[in-house]
Write a protein that binds this ligand. Structure first.
Ligand code: C2O
Ligand code: CU
Ligand code: CU
Length: 494
C-alpha cells in the first residue's frame, strides 16, 4: 500500500508541472551509471572448487559451513559478511550426472537458515526450502542422486521470510553439474582458466559496511550502486585462450542485468538455467533477472581489453517504474584482458545437445498464477497451505500473469521447464532451452510447461515464487507437492 502511495506521489510530482524542481532532483538521482568510473584494479576472485571425498557408500561428500565473517572489499576497512566456508559467498560444488551426493551443511550463524539447491531435481525433503530449517550449531545432511543434464546451478538460503538478507550478506555459491554429452563437446571447460564462474551482485555500501536500507521508492528492496563479481569490486580477468566461457549467475536480490560487451561485439549463448541449448545463439545482449543463469562464449583478440557491461535492462514496465527498478542503470562489470598471445580454442560447435520439446498436447492441466501485491492468486505464502497438487509423471502448463505491472520473476523448484510463450509470442531462441526462472513481463502472461517426474511425497512441498527476494519474503510464494495418482496431501507447516 505504502509503495503504491509513494509511487503515485512521485508520478504526480513528475507529471504535473508543479513540484518540478524537487521531482527533477529526485528523478536525476535515481539513474546510476558507472561507465568509465570503474578502475578494474583487482583480479577477479574465482570461488575455489569445494573439496569432496567419496564415502564407503559411494556418495560424493561435501561440507559447507555457513558463518559470519569479514571481507576486504577495498572500502578502507573490513566489511561484515556471511559466507559458506569462507568470508563471502561459497565454494563451487561440482558433481556429475548419476553421482550420489551428500552435503553436510553446518549452521555456524546465530540464527536459523536453510540451503536450497536452486535448479536441482531432487526430493522435496532435500530441497532446502523453508521446511528444512537448520538451527544454529546444527548440521543438515541432504543426499540425492544427480539426475539431470549438465548445468550451472546455484545454492543459497531460503528461510521463511528471511531470504533477502541471508543472500545479501553473502550466502550463495555455484553448483556445476557435468554429464558425458556436455563434456564431449569442444567447449572451454577448464575451471578458472577458460571456464569462468561469474556471480554478479549489486551492493549498496554504507561506509565499509553493506547498506541494508531499501530505497523508499520502488518495491524491489535493495538496489545497489556497486557491482561485485565473485565478491570482487572492480574486477579484471586475465585470459590466455582465444575463447572463454563465462557462466553468469545473477545472484542479486532485485537487480536485472542486461549483459553485453562495451564494444557491442556479439557472443554465443550456449546454455541457460537448466543446461545447454540445442545450438548456440549469437546475440549482443543477454538479460538475466535475479536467479537466472546463462553461459556465453566470448571470443577475444590478442592483447585487447573488453569490458562486460550491464546495459539498461528492458523491464517492460512504465517509465517511472522502469527508472525506480534500476532499468535505466548502466554498470561496468568486468574487464577481460587478453594475453599478447592466445592459445587456440576450438570453434563453437554449431549444435550442442538434444533438448526434447515437451509437447503441449501432453499437458494434463493448465494452472494460472496471478502475481500482484506480494501475493500469488490473492494469497500470501503460508507454510500450512498447499497451493497445487501435481500428479507424478504428468505434464502441466502453468500460466504466470503479472497483474500489478511491477517487475517480477517466476521460479519453480524441482523441475526445469520450457517457455511456451511470452505475452502470446514465441520466446526468443535463447529462451528455448531448460529454465527454472523466468522474467514475468509486466501486465503480460508467460506460459511454461514442465514434466513432474520422480520423488512423490505428500508431506513435503516444493516452492514456486518471485525471485525478487523482497517479494518472496513478503509472501509472493506458494507451495506445490508431487504425489502418486490419488494420494492425499498432509503437509505440516510450522
Ligand atoms: Cu533460488 Cu526458491 O529459490
Ligand atoms: Cu530454487
Ligand atoms: Cu516480484
Amino acid at each position: 500500500m505504502r509503495r503504491v502511495l509513494v509511487i503515485t506521489l512521485v508520478a504526480v510530482l513528475v507529471l504535473c508541472g508543479g513540484g518540478t524542481a524537487l521531482a527533477g532532483w529526485m528523478w536525476s538521482r535515481t539513474a546510476i551509471s558507472t561507465v568509465g568510473d570503474v578502475d578494474f584494479t583487482r583480479p577477479l576472485a574465482i570461488p575455489p572448487l569445494a573439496a569432496s571425498h567419496v564415502d564407503e557408500q559411494g556418495r560424493r561428500v561435501f561440507d559447507l559451513r555457513a558463518a559470519a565473517g569479514t571481507t576486504d572489499f577495498g572500502r578502507g576497512g573490513p566489511t561484515r559478511t556471511w559466507g559458506y566456508s569462507g568470508g563471502y559467498l561459497g565454494p563451487t560444488l561440482r558433481a556429475s550426472r548419476g553421482e550420489k551426493v551428500l552435503i553436510n551443511v553446518h549452521n555456524g550463524l546465530d540464527e536459523e537458515t536453510t540451503v536450497h539447491w536452486h535448479g536441482m531435481h531432487l526430493p522435496a525433503s532435500m530441497d532446502g526450502g523453508p521446511h528444512q530449517p537448520i538451527r544454529p550449531d546444527a548440521t543438515w545432511s541432504p543426499t540425492w542422486t544427480i539426475d539431470q543434464p549438465a548445468a550451472t546451478l546455484w545454492y543459497h538460503p531460503h528461510p521463511h521470510g528471511e531470504t533477502e538478507f541471508h543472500v545479501y550478506r553473502g550466502l550463495a555459491g555455484m553448483f556445476i553439474l557435468d554429464d558425458p554429452a556436455a563434456s564431449a563437446l569442444p567447449l572451454p571447460h577448464r575451471y578458472g582458466v577458460d571456464d569462468i564462474p561469474l556471480i554478479v551482485q549489486d551492493k549498496r555500501f554504507d561506509g565499509a559496511q553493506f547498506g541494508e536500507r531499501s530505497s523508499v521508492l520502488g518495491s524491489l528492496g535493495i538496489l545497489g550502486d556497486t557491482v561485485l563479481v565473485n565478491g570482487t569490486v572492480g574486477p579484471y580477468l586475465d585470459v590466455s585462450t582465444e575463447r572463454v566461457r563465462l557462466r553468469i549467475l545473477n545472484a542479486s536480490n532485485a537487480r536485472t542485468f542486461n549483459f553485453g560487451l562495451a564494444d557491442d561485439r556479439s557472443f554465443a549463448i550456449v546454455a541457460t538455467d537448466g543446461g545447454l541449448l540445442p545450438a548456440p545463439v549469437v546475440e549482443r545482449r543477454v538479460q538475466l533477472a535475479p536467479g537466472e543463469r546463462a553461459e556465453i562464449i566470448l571470443t577475444v583478440r590478442p592483447h585487447e581489453r573488453v569490458v562486460l557491461r550491464g546495459y539498461p535492462a528492458d523491464l517492460g514496465t512504465n517509465f517511472i517504474m522502469e527508472r525506480l527498478s534500476g532499468g535505466d542503470d548502466t554498470f561496468d562489470v568486468l574487464e577481460v584482458r587478453a594475453a599478447a598471445t592466445l592459445r587456440p580454442s576450438a570453434d563453437v560447435p554449431s549444435s550442442l545437445v538434444d533438448v526434447p520439446r515437451i509437447d503441449p498436447a501432453e499437458s494434463v492441466r493448465t494452472r494460472f498464477f496471478d502475481l500482484a501485491d506480494e501475493s500469488i492468486n490473492g494469497a500470501e505464502m503460508s507454510m500450512r497451505r498447499v497451493d497445487a497438487v501435481v500428479t507424478k509423471d504428468t505434464v502441466e502448463t502453468w500460466e504466470i500473469r503479472n497483474r500489478d505491472g511491477f517487475p517480477h520473476t517466476f521460479h519453480v523448484h524441482d523441475v526445469q521447464f520450457q517457455v511456451l510463450s511470452i505475452d502470446g509470442d514465441q520466446p526468443p531462441l535463447y529462451l528455448r532451452g531448460w529454465k527454472d526462472t523466468v522474467y514475468a513481463v509486466p501486465n503480460a502472461a508467460v506460459r511454461i510447461i514442465a514434466r513432474f517426474t520422480d520423488y512423490a511425497d505428500p508431506q513435503s512441498p516444493y516452492m514456486f515464487h518471485c525471485h525478487m527476494l523482497r517479494h518472496e519474503d513478503g509472501g509472493m510464494m506458494g507451495q506445490f507437492v508431487v504425489v502418486e495418482p490419488g494420494q492425499r496431501v498432509h503437509v505440516h507447516g510450522d
